[in-house]
Unconditional design. Structure first.
Length: 134
């Protein structure tokens, strides 16, 4: 029956699955997310980046491929969200964080890793970015 919602309780969290879109599942890391969640036998990427905070003074490039892995070593594709004070520019395995002129303080961006062989399986990680005086 389409439109039916299935709710699973996992470690105190709630995941709602709409049967019409089963297969488009996102795992959220950090912020109390789950680790090692899999769908149809494909392991979701895992955050291995440790702390979810970075301090920058100007444009800074990080290698996203060093922050996520899959247990089966599947190649990943990366996305990033910008925030009001930071532009996040993705190029291949790299994310460049560019603070906007005159901005200082802390803001949050989101990094997303998706399996290249099944891009519907993703992991989202929030990263707090502190910009100090440039």
């Amino acid at each position: 029956r389409l439109g039916m919602t299935v709710v699973l309780l996992i470690l105190g969290g709630v995941i709602a699955i709409n049967p019409a879109i089963v297969g488009l599942l996102t795992q959220e890391s950090g912020m109390g997310g789950l680790s090692g969640f899999s769908v149809f036998g494909d392991a979701a990427p895992e955050w291995i980046g440790g702390e979810s905070h970075v301090t920058i003074t100007g444009p800074t490039t990080i290698r996203a491929a060093d922050l996520f892995i899959t247990k089966d070593k599947t190649p990943l594709t990366f996305l990033a969200t910008s925030s009001p004070g930071i532009d996040a520019i993705v190029s291949g395995d790299f994310v460049t964080l560019v603070p906007k002129y005159g901005v200082s303080g802390t803001t949050r961006i989101t990094l997303v890793a998706a399996r290249q062989d099944n891009p519907r399986i993703t992991t989202k990680q929030y990263v707090d970015v502190t910009v100090t005086d440039m």
